[in-house]
Design a protein around this ligand. Structure first.
Ligand code: 9D3
Length: 268
C-alpha cells in the first residue's frame, strides 16, 4: 500500500511514522509513506498557500494551485513506485474535513481496500471548494468536534488502517478478527496483584474469581457476557449494526431481562 500525505506540517507525522505499531509497520515496508508540502509548490517569494475568503468573514482559505501541484507530485510518486506492477490502481484522493462522512471501523475497512491513497489535510478554514470538485474522491471526518486541521485526523485514519494490514500486529493481538467480540466493547481486564488494598478508601479490590479459576470455557463466557453487558449499557447504538451469534443473542436476552427485573423491583 502507498500513502501520500499532502500537508503543510509534515513533521507532525513523526507521531505516526516513528512510534509503536504504526512506526514498525512503516519501517518493515508494509506500507510506503511520502509527504508533499504545498508550500514547496508555490511560486511567489512569500510562498503563499492561503488567502482571504471571497464574500468576507474570518479565517483564510487554502489556495488551489499549491495543493493541486502537491497532489500532482503525489500521483507522480505513486505512478513511479508502481511502474513495474501489472495491475496497479490509480490513487484515491481523500480529503479530511468536518464535512466528510464520519469514520468508523467499517469505513476503515473500506479504506484499506485501496492500494494507493493520497490524503489531503487542510488548515485554516479549509480548501477552496473547487479543489474538492477537481481532485477529491472521498471526504472523511473523524467525528463531530472541532480540530485545528486535518493532520491529526489523517494520522487517526492511518493508524486504524495500519492495524488492519496483515503482519502489522503481533499475532496475539488479532483479537479484532476474532469473531468473539467483533463490534462489541471490550470486557474488563485485570493483572497482578490478585488483591489490591486501597489504603485511602479502605477497599479491598479483588480480581473476579472466574479469571483465577483456570476454566477457559467459563472465562470465555464471562468475558463475552461482560462485553455484551457493557455494550448494551454504554453503546446500545453499536448493537443495531451487528449480527450476533445464537450464543450472543441468548446472553443478551438474559442481560436485558435481568435489567428489566431489577428496575421493576426498585420501582416498587
Ligand atoms: C472554527 C472553524 N469552523 C467554522 C465553522 C470550521 C472549521 C474549519 C476547519 C472547523 C474545523 C476545521 C479543521 N478541521 C479539520 O480539518 C478536520 C476535522 C475536524 O475538525 N473534526 C473532525 N474531523 C476532521 S477531519 C479534518
Amino acid at each position: 500500500m502507498k500513502v501520500a500525505l499532502v500537508t503543510l506540517f509534515p513533521e507532525m507525522f513523526a507521531a505516526l511514522t516513528e512510534y509503536g505499531i504504526s512506526g514498525r509497520a512503516i519501517k518493515n515496508g508494509l506500507l510506503d509513506v511520502a509527504v508533499f508540502n504545498p508550500r514547496s509548490y508555490t511560486s511567489d517569494r512569500h510562498q503563499t498557500v492561503d488567502h482571504r475568503p471571497y464574500g468576507g468573514g474570518p479565517g483564510m482559505v487554502m489556495l488551489i494551485e499549491p495543493l493541486r501541484e502537491a497532489i500532482a507530485e503525489a500521483r507522480a510518486w505513486i505512478a513511479k513506485e508502481t511502474a513495474q506492477e501489472e495491475n496497479s490502481q490509480p490513487a484515491t484522493v481523500v480529503y479530511l474535513s468536518p464535512q466528510g462522512k464520519v469514520l468508523n471501523q467499517q469505513g476503515v475497512k473500506s479504506l484499506v481496500a485501496h492500494q494507493n491513497l493520497i490524503l489531503v489535510t487542510g488548515r485554516y478554514e479549509g480548501v477552496d471548494e473547487r479543489l474538492i470538485q477537481l481532485e477529491v474522491d472521498e471526504e472523511w471526518s473523524i467525528g463531530d468536534y472541532v480540530l485545528s486541521g486535518g493532520e491529526l485526523p489523517a494520522m487517526v485514519m492511518l493508524d486504524a488502517m495500519i492495524r488492519q494490514l496483515p503482519g502489522a500486529l503481533g499475532h496475539e493481538d488479532s483479537a479484532d478478527q476474532d469473531s468473539f467480540a467483533e463490534g462489541l466493547l471490550d470486557c474488563p481486564h485485570y493483572t497482578r496483584p490478585e488483591q489490591y488494598e486501597d489504603l485511602e478508601q479502605h477497599n479491598n479490590l479483588r480480581v473476579p474469581e472466574v479469571l483465577l479459576s483456570g476454566n477457559h470455557e467459563k472465562i470465555r463466557q464471562w468475558r463475552l457476557e461482560q462485553s455484551l453487558q457493557r455494550t448494551w449499557q454504554r453503546r446500545p447504538d453499536l448493537l443495531k449494526g451487528l449480527k450476533l451469534s445464537e450464543e450472543q443473542q441468548n446472553i443478551l436476552k438474559r442481560i436485558v431481562k435481568e435489567s428489566a427485573d431489577e428496575s421493576g423491583s426498585s420501582n416498587q
